[in-house]
Design a protein around this ligand. Structure first.
Ligand code: G3P
Length: 220
């Protein structure tokens, strides 16, 4: 399973990349706003900065337009920024039409704000490169987001769709582990859940014992 980091924060992307486990980056308008980036040129430059840190990894940059012509205009501009850019498009009627257009032009897409298997089916049929089902936001309304991942993976495997399941809105390590068990292609997570995968008390106590015993073998 590929690990993407879900942030526009350059330091966090750098930390995840330096860990050696980063396969890509996803952003969204809220994550970009959180970084305080203002103005079109600064936003476009920030996407290029992200690509240059996450060398070789796909970087999702989301369009703001919700009409077909606007999505196409923005998406083509984003795609021209850098070969690693993936155009992120919301699961709306105009978005599905735009994904089909981008797919025919060889522009990679990530269909976002997906909350049902039906929406995921449309994204695959439109030729999306990735589909982003939001696990955490379904959990937030007492629905098991992982059930959606299981549903989509089953449907995609049944029909051999090329669209990759990019599990999104991940809140903690169990989401990551369950997505791997269910066969998601990608999990996109904030930095902390990725780092939390490192944690186990038996590792800590075991290392402490090894180091304590090793110190006994040292000569003065
Ligand atoms: O960036 C898409 C998705 O991962 C955002 O999820 O629920 O943490 O805002 P959320």
């Amino acid at each position: 399973m590929k690990f993407f980091i879900d942030t526009a924060n350059l330091d966090q992307i750098r930390e995840a990349y330096d860990l050696g486990v980063l396969d890509g980056v996803t952003t969204n308008p809220s994550l970009m706003a959180k970084e305080g980036i203002k103005g079109k040129n600064n936003i476009l430059k920030h996407y290029v900065d992200i690509c240059n840190i996450a060398r070789g990894g796909d970087v999702s940059a989301e369009v703001i337009a919700t009409d077909f012509d606007g999505i196409i205009k923005e998406g083509e501009e984003l795609a021209e920024l850098h070969p690693q850019i993936v155009v992120k498009v919301p699961m709306i009627k105009e978005g599905v039409k735009a994904i089909r257009y981008f797919s025919q032009k060889g522009i990679k897409t990530n269909c976002t704000l997906v909350f049902s298997a039906g929406q995921a089916l449309l994204a695959a049929k439109a030729g999306a490169t990735y589909v982003s089902p939001f696990i955490g936001r379904l959990d937030d309304i007492s629905t098991d987001g992982l059930d959606l991942i299981e549903q989509i993976v089953h449907i995609y495997r049944t029909y051999g769709y090329d669209t990759q399941v990019l599990a999104a809105s991940i809140r903690h390590t169990l989401h990551i582990i369950k997505c791997a068990e269910l066969g998601a292609d990608v999990a996109t997570c904030p930095l902390q859940p990725i780092l939390d995968l490192l944690k186990h008390p038996l590792t800590d106590s075991g290392l402490a014992k090894f180091l304590a015993d090793a110190s006994k073998t040292k000569t003065k």
